[in-house]
Design a protein around this ligand. Structure first.
Ligand code: 5GP
Ligand code: ZN
Length: 111
């Protein structure tokens, strides 16, 4: 989508600190980190959130969920990490392009 900030990051139209990218997904640093390590994982495809997930998108998200732990060493997260994924206004979603917050570094407090 042309007015979507994460599509612009995926297209290289907005600069970001990208730590990993392939044909399907990117991992980059959150602009306003809430933990010592705060990354965002997004699919290149514009999907708004889980409410709008189409059946054909499910495999893509499953692949992302497998890729993130496989990248743990590369992302300095081998000690562990937390995934947060916000959906809709009430869920605190600000950017309407589905994303996983990847939090880690040090010891996160229990939820
Ligand atoms: P949400 O509240 O939608 O789950 O989270 C959106 C996240 O995107 C926020 O943590 C915010 O700091 C991050 N963010 C918003 N705009 C940008 C941007 O232009 N670049 C980067 N790297 N992160 C952004
Ligand atoms: Zn988008």
């Amino acid at each position: 989508m042309t007015d979507c900030v994460f599509c612009k990051i995926a297209n290289g139209d907005i600069p970001s600190s990208i730590l990993y990218e392939d044909d399907d997904m990117l991992v980059f640093k959150d602009l306003h980190p809430k933990a010592p390590i705060h990354l965002l994982a997004i699919p290149r495809k514009h999907i708004k959130n889980l409410f709008e997930l189409e059946p054909e998108d499910s495999q893509q998200l499953a692949d992302m969920l497998k890729k993130i732990p496989a990248l743990a060493d590369q992302l300095n997260l081998s000690n562990g990490f937390r995934l947060i994924q916000n959906n809709g206004e009430g869920g605190g979603q600000i950017v309407d392009h589905i994303h996983f917050h990847i939090l880690g570094g040090g010891q996160l407090p229990a939820m």
